[in-house]
Every structure is written in C-alpha cells, then in structure tokens.
Design a protein around this ligand. Structure first.
Ligand code: F6R
Length: 608
C-alpha cells in the first residue's frame, strides 16, 4: 500500500526520494509524488498519476539540488487515483505525506471552512489542520503537528516539512509503520526498511503514539503527550541482493526459486536432525505452559490464512488433546467468539503490518490470551506487539503474491506444534516422521523445482484460453488447493476457486464444462483412492483435468499429469504447491500481465 520516504542531509534529496519510492513500488500504488525545499525556502512539488517512471519524466524537467524532501506512493482509498489526489499535499507553507486513514476527516473538514481544498483525500484535511495550528510559522512545526494529531481519529504514518524551516522533517505514527534511517550528517525516513538498504544499516522503528523531529544530525522523539522517548537503534539485516531480481525476469520467479534456501533459514538452529528435537526460543513458553495448551487459534489473511489452515491439519495429527481453529482476521475481529481457557493464538503475517491481523492480535491480547507471531518482516508492528514469536526469516518478499513465506509459515507453525507435542510427552518416534521430512524438505523443494520448472511453462500455455479454474484436493491437499487457486487468480486474473473434493457433488460439480479446467492435487496416502474416484466423476462430465501427483499409480486419461518425484509422504502437498506457484507464474507471463504488481493489489494491506 502507500509508501513514504524522506531525506534531510547534504545530498540531493530528489535522487534519494525517487530511488526510495522505487524500492517501495512492490507495495502497490497508483500515483506518486515528491516535494523538496531549497535553502531559501523554495518548494518544488512534483506529482504524477500512474507509475514512478511518469514522475521521473516530470522530475527530469525540474531537476533541483535541494537537500531536504519527502515523497509518497499512493494506493487510493479516498478519491480516485489522480495527480490532485496524489501526495504530498500542500497547505500554506507546509507539505504532508500520509499513510493510513483519517476516519473523522469529514468532521475536521467542517472546522476548516476557509481552506480551499484541491483534492478528495482525507490526507489533505490533515495537512490543512496542521497548517491552521502552524499559523505560517508562528509556532514550532512539531507543536502544530501534535496539536492536529490530538484531534485525529484513525491511522497514520506522516511526514511534514515546511518552506519556513527547510532543515527539519516532522514525522509521527499511529498504526502505519515508519522507520528512521540514521546516517552520518543525514537522516532518512521510510515506511519500509527496504528503501533504506544501501544508505544506512542503522534504523529506529517509530512506535505508535510517537512524534519525531528529524534534522540531518539529530533525531528527537517524544510521545504525543510530550514525554521524551529514548530510541533504540537497530540493525537493518536486509542486503541489496535480497531486494534485487538477481538475474530473474520477475521477483515472483526469484522468490519461488529461492525456497530451498529460504526454508533453510526458517529451520536454522531450531531442529536437530539427529535427536529429532525441535526448540524454538522466540515463543518464550516454558514446557509447563506448552503442556497446558488445549486450543490453538491461528489468525491470518489470504495466503497466511491458508498457511494456518494447512498447519492446523498437520498439528492435529500429532498433538493430543488439542483443538485448532484457523480464522480469517477480517472476520474474526468482529465476531463474538469465545476463546477457551488454555488457548494460544498464532498470529501469521508475512509483512507484520496487515491491519486486520493486527486488530485481531490486539483484541485477543485484551482477552488475556498469549499471542505468538509467525512473522517475516523483522521489527514490524505485529512482531513487536506479540508476546513471543518465531520469525520465518525468508528475507524480503517483493512480489505481491506470497510464495516463499507460505512454505515457511506452514513449517514454522508445524515446528511450534511439535514443541507442544514434545512437552505433552508424545513419543519421539511418533514425531520423527514429521521431523525427518522437514529436515529433508529444502533439498526436496530444490529437486521438484528443477523437475517441473520447464514443463510448467508448457502446461500453463495449454490453459491460457480458460477464464475459470477449479482447484481440488482432500485432506492436506485441500488447503493447499485453496492457496493454489488464490495464486492463480491474483496474478493471472483467471477466476479460480478451490473445493474440498468431497464437496464436489454437493454443488460445484455443476460447473464442469468447457469453460473450466480442473487442477487436482493428488498426493499418495489414505485419501488417494477416494480422490481418484472424484477425478473420475469430473472426467465423466467432460472435465479438462490437470493432475499434480507424486504417485506412480495414476493411470486415468487426463489432459496433463504433472508428476513430482519425492520421498516426502506427509508434506508432499507443500511440494505440489510449488507446482501451483509455477503454474500461476507462467500463466501470467503467457498472458502478458504485470507479474509482480497485479492490478488493484498491494503487498502490505495496512488499511481495513
Ligand atoms: C497472496 C497474498 C496475500 C497476503 C495477505 C496477508 O499472495 O500475498 O493474500 O498473504 O494480504 O499478508 P501478510 O502475510 O503480510 O499479513
């Protein structure tokens, strides 16, 4: 979603702002803008609808050597994508960029009768409000910002500069992340640390309710109630290679292909191949606490939700006396659900910033339930607010469609489940098959990716003409099918839905005709024969069936069989999901769509 960058120092601000915005492109946006201010208070505001190249073309005509500025990529919420609605917004001598939503903007607008609004945005209202308190420099800008924010209901990450004092940037956060980059004689700002990579390794993550005044050589942080905050400087772990395509045409393919390595990072130091023991330091639960767990709530959105569903199928196989409920965050936050005693909540999020997931986390904490994060983005809001957690450590995921995070989220949760089972006294022998397969999984992933990558290009090409797809699976293959369908629809815009195979006769079978193809995940195991019978039902109705299987037995006449070779039995569906990921990727390439930034979507959904 929206991105923020800022710079104050001795270098060219326009250069940093544009390069920073480019790094944030992956988050999704539909317009962009920057403003810089010269030493003598001349502001250059440049905004453009559409991609950053449009902004760059305009900047090339108005090149400046200003040393302070702020920039923004906007993902429209209030008002259509247009130049007038793009940030920064000007009000008098101040300029503002804003991420989030000002919920009471209509009421605030009523109080600003004299201001001539030029956009339809809630953000411009905030700019005007700050300007009214600033009174053209009669008061310190930081005080004006604080006064305005005290009247605001909603979420924000903001950066404000004034033509009157082109040496300071005022920033504040409530629910929308901001990272301050600490440099030598320069200070950076971004809504996501990836914009700072290569400029500084030292970062301060602003907390909700904090306001900071940034100059090139100072960072003063206070709460909105003027209490000083002593900031913790943390190291940015991401390196440049992690946020570049590294020879691949698209981030999506790069991220699919790096799963052997990213899963190794998830496992590192946590699983002992010899003894079979799993140890997770992050959750911070004692054996007594683990033993007591009777109920797990797993919360997430989209792919994270699917990862939770799949992990739940596994955990209940080997953990006694436990119930598991995987919920969609945007629903759960408004339900009146009873959480039984001795529950633990797993909060699953790649970005660690998803608004609905964060809201659930806060609700669940209010009920006194311990929360454990399964998060990728280090230092993200969810990671900071959970009681404990296990980072999945897959590195930055730039493509909007989540791939490597899914695989590692599932395995991180399964490992957490194993720690519960260990504490509850489950025999090591019963857990060993799971541990052994997890240990082998990175290499198995590598082998399957090599095995199917080329053929998926051809298979995807065969189904390019279809507008509808049905994904089918039973048992652990069912949540995996759900994830496959999500991947296909979000990047290739093919209408894809998943069904539990057993549900077919209860309705979806009516869909089978020449407009649809059916993608079947068919792992070996106790449900194999039943699933084969289901395939026959589809074939009998003229279905266009693609089978993904690890079985050598499959001998029905279908249009395509994608055979994977693996020694994994329990986790074969995770390998089948790699096939679904590649299928979605090659389908999107074949259709010529924007692979890494599908229309209408944002990487990090920070609004409800
Ligand atoms: C799908 C996808 C989304 C995210 C969802 C949750 O490919 O990326 O469905 O999984 O928006 O995001 P996080 O995990 O950041 O909370």
């Amino acid at each position: 979603m929206c991105g923020i960058v800022g710079y104050v120092g001795n270098k060219n601000a326009q250069d940093f702002l544009v390069s920073g915005l480019k790094r944030l492109e992956y988050r999704g946006y539909d317009s962009a803008g920057i403003v810089t201010v010269s030493k003598n208070g001349e502001a250059t505001l440049i905004r453009a609808k559409g991609k950053i190249v449009n902004l760059e073309e305009k900047i090339a005509k108005e090149k400046k050597d200003d040393k302070i500025g702020i920039g923004h990529t906007r993902w429209a919420t209030h008002g259509e994508p247009s130049e007038a609605n793009a940030h920064p917004h000007q009000a008098g001598s101040i300029y503002l960029v804003h991420n989030g939503i000002i919920e009471n903007y209509k009421d605030l607008k009523e109080t600003l009768k004299d201001f001539k609004f030029e956009s339809d945005t809630d953000s411009e209202v905030l700019a005007a409000l700050i300007d009214s308190f600033y009174d053209n420099g009669k008061h310190p800008l930081v005080n004006a910002v604080v006064q305005a924010l005290k009247l605001v209901k909603g979420t924000y990450g903001i950066a404000v500069i004034s033509k009157n004092n082109p040496e300071e940037i005022i920033v504040a956060r409530a629910g929308s992340p901001l990272v301050i980059g600490v440099g030598k004689d320069e200070t950076f700002l971004a809504s996501d640390a990836s914009a700072l990579v290569g400029h500084t390794k030292r970062a301060i993550y602003l907390n909700d309710g904090e306001v900071a005044r940034l100059t090139k050589d100072s960072i003063e942080i206070k709460t909105l109630n003027a209490e000083p905050v002593s900031a913790k400087v943390e190291e940015i772990e991401t390196n440049l290679a992690a946020i570049q395509k590294g020879g691949y045409d698209h981030f999506l393919l790069k991220e699919i292909m790096e799963q052997p390595e990213s899963l190794v990072e998830t496992l590192r130091g946590r699983i002992n191949a010899e003894t079979g023991v799993v140890k997770l330091g992050g959750p911070g639960l004692t054996d007594t606490e683990l033993r007591k767990i009777k109920h797990l709530i797993i919360v997430g959105c989209g792919t994270a939700y699917h990862a939770g569903l799949l992990a739940g199928y596994y955990i209940e196989q080997f953990t006694p006396e436990i119930t598991i409920e995987t919920v969609i965050a945007s629903e759960y936050r408004y339900r009146q659900a009873y959480i039984p005693e001795d529950s633990i909540a797993l909060i699953v999020s790649q970005s660690g910033e998803t608004a609905d997931t964060l809201a659930c986390l806060r609700e669940i904490k209010k009920q006194g339930v311990k929360t454990i994060g399964i998060v990728n983005a280090i230092g993200s809001t969810i990671a900071r607010e959970v009681d404990g957690g296990t980072y999945v450590h897959v590195g930055p995921e730039i493509s909007v469609a989540s791939t490597k995070a899914f695989t590692s989220q599932v395995i991180a949760m399964v490992m957490f489940g194993i720690t519960i089972a260990q504490a509850k006294g489950v025999r090591a022998g019963a857990l060993k098959p799971y541990v052994d397969e997890i240990v082998k999984m990175p290499e198995e992933i590598r082998a399957v990716l090599n095995e199917v990558n080329d053929s998926m290009k051809t298979v995807a090409g065969n189904y390019k003409k279809y507008e509808h797809a049905i994904y089918l699976g039973r048992g652990t293959a069912y949540p995996t099918a759900m994830e496959g369908a999500l991947k296909l629809k979000e990047v290739s815009y093919i209408d894809a839905n998943a069904y539990a195979f057993g549900e077919l006769k209860h309705g979806p079978l009516a869909l089978v005709d020449d407009r649809f193809f059916e993608m079947v995940l068919l792992p070996e195991g106790e449900l194999y024969e039943k699933a084969v019978s289901n395939v026959q039902e589809v074939l009998a109705r003229g279905g266009h069936v693609v089978i993904i299987t690890n079985s050598d037995e499959f001998d029905l006449e279908v249009e395509n069989v994608v055979k994977i070779t693996t020694s994994l039995k329990l986790f074969a569906p995770i390998l089948m999901n790699l096939v679904s990921q590649l299928f979605a990727y090659y389908m999107t390439v074949a259709k010529g769509y924007n692979v890494d930034q599908p229309r209408n979507l944002a990487k990090s959904v920070t609004v409800e």
